[in-house]
Design a protein. Structure first.
Lengths: 228, 264
């Protein structure tokens, strides 16, 4: 992972310096191959082999998979505005075997309120104001890691996780500070591909229907993600 | 355990016609194929130096040990997730081994091996930092994303973007600041900061009659950076802003924030 970041942030300065091919650059940034010291020559006739001090080698060339990118779709209920299809994308970083941080964006659309349907009057919102877009930044914890079994011969790693975070929801012509919390189940089909079931409650304050209240907007989604 | 390696990918059908979802699916396929291409590469091989290497069925301490590999036997390292390594033995069995045990394996040449692991020294010496913070900006909620670059262990420069969500107005702020840490080698490292930027405010039309405006701001602040684990930092700070409005009086705003960050 470290190498990934280094690559990302050091490619640009490298190009700027225009020294990408120069051996001096390697040493300047300190990630050149470590030079092996020449092996000590064993003098003829020596009986006892000298104790060679073992050299520790840092090992960066292992595929590190701490990031997870995914897409999800499901149903989201917007309080007073009915339920509709929601879809979105997310990116997670696994900090330890238990904790992960996640950012996601999603989009859905509000329907008509009961008031609008019954009164038959002018709609409360325009079509574009009915579109709901949210983003959130969350911290999750794999509270119940485990295994799921299909039949006799197949075992899959799973985890039940709890997650909470905050973000912003754009709905009814306003950006609203939003707190969300929920839980999910991750099912690893292979070591790198996971299926998710997620339930969240998104809370924000809204005063559209006369009085200010905290709206609970429940969301249930299915998703797929890939570790990289 | 070989059942774990089945790579049948069930295609998911989803009826969304948005372009960006299509793009994401494309990206997913791209990642998948890259992953498979990498699988074809040669793996790093090490040999077991401990009496035995314990293989678990999953990358966490709770998973059961289902197999052991004896001292001297070679293992291929397939991938790493957090502090766990997926290894494959001679008999093809794959399992997860923790970093502590992997550090006691040897390379084919007999050298010891050290796996990259961020520690508190890196917390002091790292160059880049990326973080998220949230809190209160003069009574409104604020969500901030920042990136920092260390010029030396004591001084770093940061760039911030914030979204401000209030009862009477919404807006955003962009700023740059200089951070000074007096004791950068402490696990809980205090800092102070000075900076400047711009703030854009949009009063909510339903509540206040007003125009959108963009003003310059300057700020001073104090805070704490706390090394948590791996490359993870917790951070808390207080900043005092002066907004240079086009009116006669300047506006003063106080901001409290907490959040987390990564260094690399």
């Amino acid at each position: 992972m470290e190498s990934r970041f280094r690559l990302l942030f050091l490619v640009l300065p490298l190009f700027t310096l225009g020294l990408s091919g120069c051996a001096a650059t390697k040493n300047l940034f300190g990630w050149g191959e470590e030079e092996a010291p020449p092996p000590a020559e064993i003098p003829e006739g020596q009986v006892i082999e000298p104790q060679v001090e073992r050299r520790k080698i840092k090992e960066p060339k292992i595929d590190s998979e701490d990031f997870e990118i995914g897409a999800f779709a499901g149903i989201m209920s917007i309080e007073d505005f009915g339920s509709n299809l929601v879809y979105g994308v997310k990116l997670a970083y696994h900090v330890t075997e238990g904790f992960f941080v996640e950012g996601s964006v999603g989009r859905t659309e509000g329907g008509l309120t009961s008031f609008e349907v019954l009164s038959g009057g002018a709609p409360l919102l325009t079509d574009s104001e009915r579109e709901l877009t949210y983003y959130n930044l969350n911290v999750g914890y794999n509270i119940l890691p485990g295994e799921g079994f299909i039949g006799e011969g197949r075992a899959y790693n799973t985890a039940f996780y709890v997650i909470a975070g905050l973000g912003s929801t754009s709905f009814a012509g306003d950006d609203r500070f939003t707190v969300n919390f929920g839980a999910g189940y991750r099912f690893l089909v292979t070591d790198s591909i996971a299926l998710h079931i997620d339930f969240r409650d998104h809370l924000f304050d809204i005063d559209l229907l006369g009085q200010e209240k905290t709206a609970h907007n429940l969301e249930g989604t299915l998703g797929v993600s890939v570790f990289f | 355990m070989s059942e774990r390696n089945i790579t049948t990918i069930h295609s998911t059908s989803r009826s969304t016609n948005s372009l960006w979802v299509t793009l994401l699916v494309f990206l997913l396929i791209q990642t998948l194929t890259t992953g498979l291409a990498q699988a074809a590469d040669e793996y790093r091989t090490v040999s077991v130096a401990d009496p035995y290497l314990e293989l678990r069925t999953g990358p966490a301490v709770g998973y059961p040990i289902f197999h052991v590999i004896d001292r001297g036997e070679p293992v291929d390292i397939i991938k790493r997730r957090t502090d766990w390594f997926l290894v494959r033995g001679l008999d093809g069995k794959e399992g997860w081994v923790d970093r502590g045990q992997m550090e006691r394996t040897l390379q084919t040449g007999g050298q010891e091996i050290e796996f990259a692991q961020a520690n508190q020294q890196d917390f002091t010496d790292s160059r880049w930092e990326l973080g998220l913070m949230t809190g209160d900006f003069g009574g409104a909620n604020v969500i901030s994303l920042y990136t920092g670059y260390s010029l030396n262990p004591n001084v770093s420069i940061e760039a911030w973007g914030s979204q401000i969500l209030g009862n009477f107005s919404n807006g955003w702020m962009a700023s740059v600041n200089v951070v000074h840490e007096t004791w950068p080698d402490w696990r809980i490292s205090p800092f102070f900061t000075l900076g400047a930027g711009i703030i854009h405010t949009e009063p909510k039309p339903t509540i206040i009659q007003g125009e959108d405006r963009t003003d310059e701001v300057a700020h001073a602040g104090i805070g704490l950076r706390v090394y948590a684990t791996r490359r993870f930092i917790l951070r808390a700070e207080f900043k005092s802003y002066v907004v240079f409005t086009s009116r006669d009086d300047n506006e003063e705003v106080e901001e409290w924030k907490v959040g987390f960050a990564f260094f690399f």
